[in-house]
Design a binder for this molecule. Sequence first.
Ligand code: Q0Z
Length: 304
Amino acid sequence: MMVRAPALVRCARTARVFSGRIFLGWEEHELELVHSGKVRDLYADGDDLIMVASDRVSVYDVVLPTPIPGKGRVLTQLSLWWFGQLGGVIPNHVISGTDVPAEWAGRAIRCRRLSMLPVECIARGYLAGLGLASYQQSGAISGVRLPPGLGEGSRLPEPVFTPTTKAATGHDEPMTYAEVAALVGGSVAAELQRATLEVYRRGAELAATRGVVIADTKLEFGLLPDGTVMLADEVLTPDSSRFWAASEWQPGRPQRSLDKQFLRDWSAGLDWDRRPPGPAIPPDVVAATQARYQELYTRMTGRE
Ligand code: Q0Z
């Protein structure tokens, strides 16, 4: 994990009382960096957390040295929009998309600190990645038998809940539903499965009306002190889900990524072993990728 000095940021959160009146003042204080991910950072601000999306981008799990301008804003605004759309499905950790330090405006979310559940909750509606590998080996994913004759990119008869472990290091391992229940208890496991499949169904259905296939998605959940299960982290962004153009979808071959295909096509032509450090991205590929993220956001939300 990358360790950085705490950021000194301006935060309008301090209430002070003078002669019976409350003043909300701008005051500088330190935020402690609690996690640094490949493309996002997580800070603590008192009891709250602030999730900050950067413009960093990864291909084949390697972060490239060149940022994609606007990517952090697009992913943050898309996630906030989905949290709003999905409020009736499950409560979420968002406190505010605007009460954040000015230097992170538009690409940070203030959220409630939850007790995170140690399960990556994945819903799959199409066969790709580890779901495809599992199907080809055993004809099943996460203990759910699938019909024969499916191939890469095939649509599943219905979405399947395919949870995995959250490994601190190394790779996440598939879990059966029974293993999730043994880990978090039967009633929480049932809620994770219900909410994961419902978020995926609603997201995929809405995306379909905009010409976008959401093949699968990974969600994270946490608990309030009273035991309420809440949706946390990011939701239905291209960093947590596979987005394909419906017009290009063709089962039986690898699908083209709606967001990262220009990066993949360009990097495939390089003499690079897909290990760090990654190569600098040329300006035309940056511009094309930036336009893809922007277009995806506008297509889904109707916003600029
Ligand atoms: C999210 C992550 C990121 C690196 C912890 N509401 C919450 N309460 C407690 N913990 C988390 C959340 Cl969202 C939490 N992550 C993932 C996010 C950078 C890692 F922005 N880890």
